[in-house]
Design a protein around this ligand. Structure first.
Ligand code: CP
Length: 325
């Protein structure tokens, strides 16, 4: 267990060691137990987290805000359009000023080619830790909750197979931060990671290279496939969600036309039956129901999506308690 995490940014899990991430899992489980037992755990009394959103959210906003209240502190919601950012406040000013008022700054900024850099600039200027509530590259808190959920459901991850698959969705071109963070972290736990997508939906090349290197170091495997059905076979975890063709085109109309070629990439009962009998179905939500996944699968006995969503709360509280105290 690592006890020197005070002041650390969480922008990507890749910048935290395995031992540090294991510490987060350990503390998260302890906090989950305390909440279940009704035991107080106000480790962040009088502390404030500024939560700056450039993009909408249900789970991330409410779990960070509830988490801060349960830890005895306060989560301050800031919608970017209600600030002076569009009138000239720079990332450096946001880091300097919000870092002086608050004990942590959490940011969601998913704009292509801008979000991750914005977080880095704020972190450089801030004296308080910066927490990434999702950018176009990473979604670390989703993936920490996912790791916790897979550990709860499957025990030791080593040698287990996870299919991280693209799926069709029509609502909007979703960021690629979830599959990217998944392939980065699950390869560090010795899993057999399958990244499955049509040719146009490749992830960022530097992330794919890092995932392959992680798999090599941690004696797992990493494989890229383009056949949804083949990816399902013998899998223990099915994690199938949509993402945009942003690495192929940044033109929204062209991206939508590419997506429409793959309307049959839906997780349905036929496909789930190809995975191991005790396989779990995961999705970070929101899902396009009966487009991306059928009601029968997402509401079915193999789905763990609500446990996954709950674990956002516990994993985030663990990182906040460790970094903001
Ligand atoms: N999974 C997730 O990040 O959900 P929200 O977009 O609702 O925050």
């Amino acid at each position: 267990m690592q006890t020197n995490l005070r002041g650390r940014d969480m922008i990507t899990t890749q910048e935290w060691t395995r031992e540090e991430i294991d510490t987060v899992m350990d503390v998260a489980m302890d906090l989950k137990r305390s909440r279940a037992l009704g035991l107080p755990h106000a480790y962040l009394r009088d502390k404030v987290l500024a939560m700056l959103f450039f993009f909408s959210s249900t789970r991330t906003r409410s779990s960070f805000e509830a988490g801060m209240a349960q830890l005895g502190g306060h989560g301050m919601f800031l919608a970017h359009e209600s600030t002076q950012i569009s009138h000239g406040d720079t990332a450096k000013e946001i880091g300097e000023i919000l870092g002086r008022y608050n004990d942590g700054i959490a940011i969601r900024h998913c704009d292509w080619g801008i979000g991750t850099q914005y977080l880095r600039w704020v972190a450089e200027a801030s004296r308080s830790p910066v927490l990434n509530m999702q950018c176009e590259t990473y979604h670390p808190f989703q993936i920490l909750a996912d790791l916790m959920t897979i550990k709860e459901k499957k025990g030791d991850l080593k040698g287990k197979t996870i299919s991280v698959s693209w799926a069709y969705a029509a609502s909007y071109q979703k960021p690629m931060s979830v599959p990217q963070s998944l392939i980065l972290l699950m390869t560090r736990y010795g899993m057999n990671v399958r990244l499955v997508h049509p040719p146009e939906f490749q992830l960022m090349p530097h992330i794919v290279e890092q995932a392959a290197e992680n798999a090599r170091k941690h004696h797992g495997s990493f494989e890229i496939m383009d056949d949804f059905d083949a990816g399902m076979k013998d899998s223990d975890v099915i994690y199938a969600k949509s993402w945009g063709a942003m690495n192929t085109t940044t033109d929204n109309a062209e991206g939508a036309a590419i997506i429409d070629k793959y309307k049959d990439w839906i997780t349905d009962e036929r496909r789930m039956a190809m995975a191991n009998e005790d396989a779990i179905y995961m999705h970070p939500l929101p899902a396009d129901r009966n487009v991306e996944v059928t009601d029968g699968v997402i509401d079915g006995p193999q789905s763990v999506v609500f446990d996954q969503a709950e674990n956002r709360l516990h994993a985030q509280k663990a990182v906040m308690a460790l970094t903001m105290n």
